[in-house]
Write a protein that binds this ligand. Structure first.
Ligand code: AGP
Length: 606
């Protein structure tokens, strides 16, 4: 779960590599480093903390036409300068790595016995020495031999002083792209890193190695045979990844949601339904067959799947299971006949979600669908039926617009399945009508911004918070709690409101803010009773009330009125004020909103 970038050019590549790291910082940001070859010199700069700390260390005179760079999310060894990449071997091999080498201990022991000295606690340094031990003048052969011995996952980029115009990179289980320039070539963990220098990319396949120099590149399959892969022109632009006039990416991404949802729907819905082409030509045959749905995802994407479970069972009348990918992938599960497998992922690179898909006995399922936001991701390239959420680049670690567009996408999936299975046309028309209204309603809700900023002040000195929800709003409460804890570091728990009396009520006192979203649905009165239980214990309620769900509040309650009344899209709308609440609490507590401690945007290790 680190970011790597490498370049071979005629010009100095240090600024390209630093900019590439800034764009990959979402993958990890506890240390960063760069290695440059300038004529006959291999130099390395490393810094603890963010890429800026590294940039501050590099003077304008430092240059190199070949280089590799890395931004780290620590796995083996604490965040420190000595554990930061690139790792060197005998001052001639330099290597950056994204992933985990599982058998590094035994390799390390052998290399140690052979006289290699280790300076770090990382698994990565072992690989640098292993490559050095095989190096006899040809970097490709040395890397090929070394990776044949590695177990685990890796995206690697390697340079050697003896062959200063060559860079060798390879991938297994970690993403890696080749960027093609004019008289210069690049590698990176993803395309965003290289958008300022090229729009032409090759997506390496599992086990591939690539040798690049200024003028050329050659790809080899895992068997060592040369191979060719398609060159793709990306539509993403370098500017699409900027904060604009917003203070944080997260703030910008919250405010982009009306547009993101409109984009997600564009060209996919008709007056009263969903177009046939949305999931591709084979989807109708598969959807007709579906008798059960299994959803697998992580984090916020898991919450989107959890909301969808409620919808699927209510709208389609089909049983639906939802499970976090890290559990599902290691569990023996029973697959009833005609089960559809659904994965959700913003990044499409989440290791557990990808592994769940890759290990799937596909013959046991009637099909698989992935809902994803990154067109160039591994998940998209490895899935049969795909729906892109089209939220646009999401940079803030806390997922916002990816979540709401995942929910919209799941409604599109549900309607498509419903259509294939003869769902009542009026239900389809109702859902589509509500989807159409959604962008406008989101824009209206975003006007609560200042009101919520003021409410957030109450949370600044709190240590804990409870989020309550019932029915489809239970996963929305989970998402609200996750958002608050990940960016404000306030401990937040979500409970189905009816569970309160079975334990968590013991936590409620005057210091415990309790956040509740109250939709105007069948469960409103039940929810009202649960809220009374909180008040009777001195807890302070923060209520986000949908239109028509006005409760007999007292002076102590904080009620934020949401002027929308919907049936199916209610959980999507409820998400918006909860995102704003977390955002403003974090801002007021002075945390690093876009890059909260210990986390990374794309979790490519398990
Ligand atoms: C969301 O705010 C989180 N940072 C995290 O839970 C995220 O949703 C999770 O890691 C899954 O990522 P994915 O959607 O890219 O698979």
């Amino acid at each position: 779960m680190c970011g790597i970038v490498g370049a071979v050019a005629q010009r100095d590549v240090s600024a390209i590599l630093i900019e590439g790291l800034r764009r990959l910082e979402y993958r990890g940001y506890d240390s960063a480093g760069i290695a440059l070859i300038d004529r006959n010199k291999l130099e390395r700069f490393r810094a603890l903390g963010k890429v800026q700390a590294l940039a501050d260390k590099i003077s304008p005179e430092q240059a190199g036409s070949t280089g590799i760079a890395h931004t780290r999310w620590a796995t083996h060894g604490a965040p420190s300068e000595v554990n930061a990449h690139p790792h060197f071997s005998r001052d001639r091999i330099a290597l950056v790595h994204n992933g985990i080498i599982e058998n590094y201990k035994e390799i390390r022991e052998k290399l140690f016995a052979d006289g290699y000295e280790f300076e770090s606690e990382t698994d990565t340094e072992t690989v640098a020495h292993l490559i050095e031990s095989y190096f006899e003048g040809d970097l490709y052969s040395a890397v090929h031999k070394a990776v044949g011995q590695l177990e685990g996952t890796f995206g690697l980029a390697v340079i050697v002083l003896d062959d200063p115009d060559t860079l060798v990179a390879c991938r297994k289980g970690s993403p890696l792209v080749v960027g093609l320039g004019i008289q210069e070539n690049f590698v990176a963990s993803d395309v965003s890193a290289l958008l300022p220098v090229t729009n032409r990319f090759i997506y390496l396949e599992e086990g591939d190695l690539v040798v690049i120099n200024q003028k050329d590149y050659q790809i080899y399959g895992a068997n060592g045979e040369p191979k060719e892969l398609e060159v793709n022109i990306t539509e993403m632009s370098a500017d699409s990844i900027s904060k604009g006039s917003y203070r944080h990416y997260m703030q910008k991404e919250i405010h982009e949601q009306a547009n993101a949802v409109a984009e997600c729907l564009e060209g996919r819905i008709s007056e009263n339904g969903v177009l046939d082409s949305v999931f591709g030509p084979d989807s109708d045959r598969i959807f007709k067959q579906v008798k059960q749905i299994q959803i697998v995802a992580c984090g916020t994407s898991y919450h989107a799947g959890f909301v969808a479970k409620y919808w699927i069972e209510e709208i389609l009348g089909l049983p639906c299971q939802i499970e976090v990918a890290s559990e599902f992938r290691y569990r023996k599960s029973v697959v009833p006949q005609d089960t559809l497998f659904v994965t959700l992922s913003q990044s499409g690179e989440t290791a557990d979600t990808l592994a769940a898909l890759r290990n799937l006995p596909l013959e046991d399922y009637c099909g698989s669908v992935s809902i994803c936001n990154v067109p160039e991701s591994s998940l998209v390239r490895e899935s049969s039926l795909v729906l892109m959420t089209r939220a646009g680049p999401e940079i803030g670690v806390a997922s916002t617009k990816a979540f709401t567009t995942q929910l919209v996408s799941m409604l599109l999936l549900i309607v498509s399945i419903g259509k294939a299975r003869g769902l009542d046309e009026s239900v389809i028309a109702d859902i589509v009508h509500e989807l159409r209204e959604l962008p406008g309603q989101i824009s209206e809700l975003l006007k609560l911004d200042q009101q919520i900023e003021a409410v957030a002040e109450d949370f600044v000195d709190k240590h804990h918070a409870l989020f309550l929800g019932r029915g489809v709003h239970y996963p929305i409460a989970m998402e609200g709690a996750l958002k608050l804890k990940e960016i404000s570091y306030i401990h937040a728990e979500a409970y189905p409101a009816g569970e309160l009396k079975h334990g968590p009520l013991a936590l409620v006192d005057t210091e415990m803010p309790v956040v509740v979203v109250t939709p105007n649905d069948d469960l409103l009165e039940k929810l009202h009773s649960n809220m009374q239980e909180v008040k009777a214990r001195g807890g302070k309620l923060y209520v986000f009330a949908h239109q028509g769900a006005k409760l007999a509040e007292t002076e102590d309650d904080v009620v934020i009125q949401m002027n929308c009344e919907t049936r199916w899209t209610t959980p999507i709308l409820s998400t918006i004020p909860l995102q704003l609440l977390s955002y403003y609490v974090a801002v007021q507590r002075g945390t690093d909103v876009d890059q909260p401690r210990n986390l990374a945007k794309s979790v490519t290790v398990e």
